[in-house]
Design a protein around this ligand. Structure first.
Ligand SMILES: *Cc1c(COP(=O)(O)O)cnc(C)c1O
Length: 340
């Protein structure tokens, strides 16, 4: 099987830039859903903890349990099946029905739909939701929203921000009437964080930027982040082929000269998105992936024992017409990780 190498100094470099922009390490919640975007849930949780990060965001209670010891607070985005509970868990409420499902005293963050229309209660039902939380004796610790266009140059980001500003002031008034403490407010993901000049919210939910990417329009002054993940594969066999011989399924690669090629132990079965032989992908050291990617093999014009497939996924993302998130997140969680 292939191997993922995590570059610790690049990871710390990114966390430093992110914490400085957010204002402090305490504000940063690292988003570790989906196996830390393919980087390894436990590996990244340990590193973030070593750097001094205290908050994390995951999708399920099961993920939260696995990393419980590393964080003071864990936000759970989409799971209200609380068989095991910890004081460090904070559950996101995505609908009014969620309020009825949760047991008394659960810490909750209420999600408000300020325009993305994916999850959260509508702005008009804010008061009803907070009263519902109060009556159900849930512990309202946060209010959040999510932007649909933080990465694009448009007025939508500013429009959602102003809607959320209103939500904040309404929340304060409602909570004062109920004698409740004011919850923490947060709205920004990676791209939104870097569009604030003075980040004035309590928490920032940073996913992709910690891993070294930001898919924001290049018009914004983007920080100098460094990719954390590189993907490596080991040689299975080597052969010499002659000019005009073809390689792999469909014979999509045609040798223009006599050459030495090898197969390596990586394929779409490992979650490495399939190249179909029409795209030309060159590895960081200048080797070419020849023809189609098989389930467990790729052919490359190299005879090195180990090759680096990528150390920056942007090139592959462009070839595959997708985003960096998808290239790293689809990688099989069983691929061994090494921290260097
Ligand atoms: C995944 C997710 C994030 C992180 O987004 P990035 O663009 O990776 O920084 C933040 N908030 C919510 C609600 C998410 O689902």
């Amino acid at each position: 099987m292939a191997k993922i190498v995590l570059n610790k100094s690049n990871y710390f470099h990114n966390l430093k830039i992110i914490s400085e922009h957010a204002g402090s390490k305490e504000k940063v919640a690292v988003v570790l859903k989906d196996n830390a975007y393919g980087h390894g849930l436990l590996e990244i949780a340990k590193l973030a903890n070593e750097f001094g990060i205290e908050k994390a965001v995951v999708r399920t209670v099961e993920e939260a349990r696995q990393i419980e010891t590393f964080f003071r607070q864990i936000l759970i985005l989409a799971d209200n099946n609380l068989k095991t509970y910890s004081h460090s868990f904070h559950i996101v409420i995505n609908s009014l029905e969620d309020i009825q499902r949760l047991p008394e005293n659960t810490n909750v963050h209420l999600k408000v739909d300020t325009g993305m229309h994916r999850n959260g209660i509508s702005v008009e039902r804010l008061e009803e939701a907070i009263h519902g939380i109060y009556n159900k004796k849930l512990n309202l610790t946060g209010i959040l929203t999510h932007y649909r266009s933080a990465d694009e140059l448009s007025c939508e980001f500013f429009w959602q921000r102003s809607v959320f500003k209103q939500v904040k002031s309404d929340t304060k008034i409602i909570c004062e009437k109920l004698l409740l403490p004011i919850p923490k407010f947060h709205s920004a993901n990676s791209s939104a964080l870097f569009r604030f000049n003075n980040y004035d919210e309590d928490i920032v939910r940073v996913g992709i930027a910690q891993y070294g990417y930001l898919e924001t329009n290049i018009i914004f002054s983007n920080p100098n982040l460094k990719p954390v993940m590189s993907l490596w594969a080991d040689k299975i066999s080597t052969r010499n082929i002659k000019k005009n011989e073809k390689v792999g399924y469909g014979g999509k690669y045609l040798a223009k000269k006599d050459m030495k090629i090898s197969t390596y132990n990586l394929g779409y079965g490992d979650g490495f998105l399939r190249l179909d032989g029409t795209q030309k992908y060159i590895t960081p050291k200048g080797h070419e992936i020849l023809g189609r990617v098989s389930m467990d093999n790729i052919s490359v014009n190299s005879d090195e024992d180990e090759i680096c497939i990528f150390e920056d996924v942007r090139e592959l993302a462009k070839l595959q017409n997708t985003i960096s998130y998808e290239i790293t997140t689809t990688l099989n969680p069983n691929i061994p990780k090494e921290i260097r």
